[in-house]
Ligand binder design. Structure first.
Ligand code: NAP
Length: 303
């Protein structure tokens, strides 16, 4: 069997098109566009390239986009004051503070200072609570889990009554996606198991999964014989396993591998996400959707 490929690169294009149309429509009817500010402290190269990509995507879909670069020596008090300024700015609907922050700044204090109604990353405890309650309480689902669920839905995978096994229990992927899949509603209604390093029979749990979501950060952790024939396999892992010269640019680029042995797994699974080009492109895409939704809440277009 060769599995259906669920490609994040294709789904991203579909969703960004939808967002672009909706932004133009809201601009015409209400004279407003979503505003997204990204605060970058210091010059960490990975953060700079991620923030640049966020900015480009925001511009592409017609948002007002601000990149606020701050010196790495900024004090915690000054950073808190900056967040307060954007909390009060009605033209800003989403505030992002790029992590990691320098050691002299308390990351938790900073993230908790963002107005939960502008927390488009969905990491504020209020939004974590809303996600746990589910249904119409949810305002901003965290972006990577939201992207995973979107891929499952757009990939036509049945989740109602399905056995979903999530490998990994991090706050940014494992726990939230498990919580989302167990809720009532479309793309959910599943029976969910979370496994981690203390789990006794990892292979046995994975073998039961109709939908296997792997977010461990261990290249090739999931072996092909752990996969139930016909299952949907979502590989969240992004692992740098070496470097190569890009044919396009002639520059050195990282060789990326997922947490699943893709070549063998695609012969057993019913559907599977590739790495790269799978879950990766979905995170920024869902950030754009959360920012659009933030404006829609403000305008009373969403409840
Ligand atoms: P994390 O915080 O390091 O958590 C990894 C989780 O996997 C932990 O709960 C850990 O268990 C579990 N785990 C690790 N090795 C295991 C093993 N051998 N057997 C069973 N469980 C194991 O990682 P994360 O932030 O969730 O990220 C996971 C992966 O997804 C990484 O490769 C990351 O780069 C990728 N990622 C991709 C995106 C994207 O594509 N947009 C976004 C976020 C993350 P314990 O809790 O017991 O230690």
């Amino acid at each position: 069997m060769t599995a259906q490929l669920i490609k994040g690169t294709d789904i991203r294009e579909e969703i960004l098109e939808e967002i672009t149309k909706e932004v133009a429509d809201i601009k015409e009817k209400h004279g407003q566009v979503p505003g997204l500010v990204t605060i970058l402290v210091g010059e960490n190269p990975a953060s700079v390239s991620y923030v640049t990509l966020k900015g480009k995507t925001a511009n592409r879909v017609g948002f007002k986009e601000l990149q606020d670069n701050q010196d790495e020596n900024i004090s915690e008090a000054d950073l808190l004051a900056l967040i307060d300024k954007y909390n009060k700015d009605d033209s800003i609907h989403g505030i992002l503070v790029q992590l990691p922050l320098p050691d002299h700044i308390d990351e938790k204090k900073i993230l908790n200072a963002i107005d939960p109604d502008k927390d488009v990353d969905g990491f504020h405890p209020v939004n974590v609570g809303r996600l746990m309650i589910g249904g119409s309480e949810v305002k901003f689902p965290p972006c990577t889990p939201a992207g995973i669920q979107e891929m499952i839905v757009r990939g036509g995978v049945e989740t109602s009554g399905a056995e979903v096994v999530v490998v990994g229990r991090s706050n940014i992927v494992g726990k939230p996606i498990a919580n989302m899949m167990v809720q009532k509603g479309p793309g959910a209604n599943s029976t969910v198991t979370i496994v981690h390093t203390r789990t006794k029979d990892l292979e046995g749990h994975c073998k039961r999964a109709d939908v296997l979501i792997v977010a461990a950060g261990v290249p090739g952790l999931v072996k092909p014989e752990w996969i139930k024939p016909g299952a949907c396999v979502i590989d969240v892992g992004v692992n740098r396993v070496g470097e190569k010269i890009s044919e396009k640019t002639g520059k050195k680029v990282a060789i990326l591998r997922g947490d699943v042995d893709f070549d063998a797994a695609k012969e057993i699974a019913g559907s599977i996400t590739p790495v790269p080009g799978g879950v990766g492109p979905m995170t920024i895409t869902m950030l754009m959707r959360n920012t659009l939704n933030s404006l829609k809440y403000q305008l009373g277009l969403m409840e």
